[in-house]
Design a protein around this ligand. Structure first.
Ligand code: ZN
Ligand code: ZN
Length: 142
């Protein structure tokens, strides 16, 4: 499967070959900052599957785990593109909103539900983790 997408202004374009390692909805406080108070919805892909063009800005913070998280967003329109963790350098967390309509991906799990606002409705059909779940398995480096 090939997934394609772009930011809201079209300056950043992405193409992804293959299927995600996992899909997740994240309710952590940092994601609420990005997602206007709600959760982010994400698909995690191997770095090697992703081709990306266009100028991005980055912001970084140190997570509770001690890993550094880097967020990338379009320099022109601010659309969030992806995130990655220093603990998992071969994976990229792609924001589902970036992908073109019809991608068919949906979260398989909700994580950091302990930080969700009181009004949040978390789909009971999803696997749920109050905090960070164990890391997804990923391809071994070449
Ligand atoms: Zn843009
Ligand atoms: Zn989060």
């Amino acid at each position: 499967m090939t997934y394609t997408g772009q930011c809201s202004c079209g300056a950043v374009m992405i193409a992804i070959e293959g299927e995600p390692v996992t899909t997740r909805q994240c309710w952590c406080r940092q994601c609420q900052k990005i997602a206007a108070g709600g959760a982010t919805n994400n698909a995690i892909f191997p770095l090697e599957a992703i081709t990306i063009e266009g100028e991005r800005a980055q912001s970084r913070y140190v997570a509770a785990s001690g890993a550094t998280l880097t967020h990338e967003f379009c320099l022109a329109c601010g659309t969030h593109v992806l995130a990655h963790s220093s603990a998992r350098p071969l994976l990229r967390t792609i924001r589902l909103g970036l992908l073109d309509e019809g991608h068919g991906l949906a979260p398989a799990a909700a994580i950091w539900t302990s930080e969700a606002p009181a009004w949040a409705v978390v789909d009971p059909a999803l696997e749920q983790w109050p905090q960070q779940p164990p890391p997804p398995s990923h391809p071994t480096p070449p």
